[in-house]
Ligand binder design. Structure first.
Ligand code: ZN
Length: 223
């Protein structure tokens, strides 16, 4: 997202804020998959209705999820309170109160994350499809220190890839990825994002992570 005019739908913003609030995209009761609507999320498994606004820090809020999302965006972009007052029509004191909440409730612990100013991210398939044991692995590497993070993932949906990046890479970091559309909103989450089209041979900027896949696969085939 490059400006407030690009703010996603109410249901999308609800999903984002739910994930931020409960640190999961699943049902908090049964881990089931959720369908997000404007005002509630619906669990396909236990059929319970959930809402991010039921959490304590959002309770009684009259703002829509889009408005909260827009404020989080402004906060991450370090926009002054006056900008939001003018753009969203929210009072100056109210904006300051929300900024204080964001500081308190949005993750700021970067100690476990890959910190240095450039991180390469990529996914790779492991195992053989015909033996039905193929897995997708997502990895991030910090070339300067060679620190890596790897995770087996179920799919390459936007929330899966974003979840990995948000959990492992500090915001404000420059990230290099392939051109998979699930990475499209990384800018919006506070990263400086460059995508490279692997099918057009643009590999130079994700060299290190590509090398890592090669090394791991060679090692596995020798065992
Ligand atoms: Zn459930």
């Amino acid at each position: 997202m490059t400006s407030l005019a690009d703010t996603p739908s109410e249901a999308w913003c609800h999903r984002y804020i739910y994930q931020l609030t409960f640190s999961t995209k699943q049902c908090i009761h049964c881990d089931g998959k959720l369908r997000f609507r404007r005002n509630y999320a619906w669990c396909k498994l236990c059929r319970v209705k959930l809402s991010a606004k039921a959490s304590t820090w959002l309770r009684h809020s009259k703002l829509s999820y889009r408005q909260i999302y827009q404020m989080i965006w402004c906060w991450q972009k370090r926009k002054p309170a006056g900008f939001i007052r003018d753009a969203l029509g929210i009072s100056y004191t109210s904006v300051q109160r929300w900024y204080a909440r964001f500081r308190k409730h949005t993750p700021v612990d970067n100690t476990e994350k890959l910190l240095v100013d450039l991180v390469e991210i990529d996914e790779s398939f492991f195992g053989k499809k015909r033996y039905n044991n193929q897995k997708i692995v997502i990895g991030a590497i910090e070339p300067q220190t060679r620190r890596i993070k790897l995770k087996i993932i179920d799919d390459r949906e936007q929330e899966t890839l974003e979840g990995f990046v948000m959990a492992n890479v500090a915001t404000e970091t420059v990230v290099m990825t392939d051109s998979h559309s699930s990475y499209n909103d990384l800018d919006f989450l506070g990263y400086t994002h460059y995508a490279f089209n692997h099918s057009k041979g643009e590999y130079t900027n994700t060299n290190q992570i590509e090398n890592l896949w090669g090394v791991i696969k060679r090692y596995m085939s020798l065992r």
